[in-house]
Write a protein that binds this ligand. Structure first.
Ligand code: COA
Length: 260
């Protein structure tokens, strides 16, 4: 298995726990972490058995406190645009990943950290989590999809306010806004994420992949989501898993899905 310097990977029960691991910098996303996230989602995941991914932060304080500000300092136009495009493409890889990616947000989830959490399929927060896009405090805008995904999750008006003020919101407010699905005590955070991941792991992997694809299709300009749904429904109908799922129901037994 690949070893990383900014990520820790733990496996068990068909769940991959990916810990952002730069606790001294509050898990700020530097270029090494971006490269390693890309390597994990584009290549290394395949080396493990199929299953859900949970992303969380090492330490008690932060999920990720943003892009590494030390790397941003002094950046000029062309390099900045390239960096933004690179970050966006890696977070898109996560958003479009075929297996569930759940963010378990344990603390500060700011700037790029909030953008990473929003690129995950859904989010669970500990009571200590804090979310925000404080880039305007640095005189810049979010560059890894924050101006787009925040609107999708909380609506235009609130997104405008949060993006323009740079204010943080706590876990309960994030729940109220629809930014996170659950708020739990810090010591229950990973259990809650694992509980949901375990439940999803019992479902047909092709069906889960289809759900992710079709829901994402809703946000792609020019894509007819209903057409995409019908097409995906048709493709999955040819699978052994679909036959297994319907047969298991009729035979009153648990389905044993294989992912094909
Ligand atoms: N990039 C690089 N380093 C960061 C960082 C970031 N985004 N966020 C925190 N750190 C580093 C700090 O520089 C500090 O390192 P040091 O001990 O070597 O000085 C360490 O992490 C701890 O942070 P500190 O600021 O001392 O903790 P705090 O509890 O006082 O404040 C925050 C926590 C999250 C409020 C504060 O760190 C912060 O505002 N971070 C930047 C958030 C941000 O603007 N993100 C968007 C970036 S585009």
């Amino acid at each position: 298995m690949t070893s990383y310097s900014t990520l820790l990977v733990e496996t068990g029960d068909n769940i991959l726990m990916l810990r952002l691991n730069r606790p001294d910098a509050l898990n700020a996303l530097n270029s090494q972490m971006f490269d390693e996230l890309k390597s994990f989602f584009a290549n290394d995941y395949k080396a493990y058995a199929f299953g859900s991914v949970i992303i969380t932060g090492t330490g008690e304080k932060a999920f990720a406190a943003g892009a590494d500000i030390k790397e941003l300092n002094g950046l000029k136009s062309a390099d900045a645009e390239r960096l933004s495009a690179k970050g966006q493409s890696i977070f898109k890889l996560i958003e479009e990943f075929h297996a569930p990616v759940i963010a378990a947000v344990n603390g500060f989830s700011l700037g790029g950290g909030c953008e990473l959490a929003m690129a995950c399929h859904f989010r669970i927060a500990s009571t200590k989590a804090k979310f925000g896009q404080p880039e305007v405090n640095l005189g810049i805008i979010p560059g890894y999809g924050g101006t787009q995904r925040l609107v999708q999750l909380v609506g235009k008006g609130k997104a405008m306010e949060l993006l323009m003020t740079g204010d943080m919101v706590g876990a309960e407010e994030a729940l109220r806004l629809g930014l996170v699905n659950y708020v739990v005590e810090p010591e229950q955070l990973l259990d809650k994420a694992k509980e949901l991941a375990t439940k999803i792991n019992t479902k047909g992997p092709l069906a889960i992949k289809g759900v992710i694809r079709c829901v994402n299709g809703n946000f792609v300009p020019g894509v007819d989501g209903y057409h995409l749904e019908a097409k995906t429904f048709g493709q999955i109908a040819d699978s052994e898993d679909f036959l297994e799922g319907t047969s298991a129901f009729i035979e009153k037994r648990k389905a044993a899905f294989k992912g094909h």
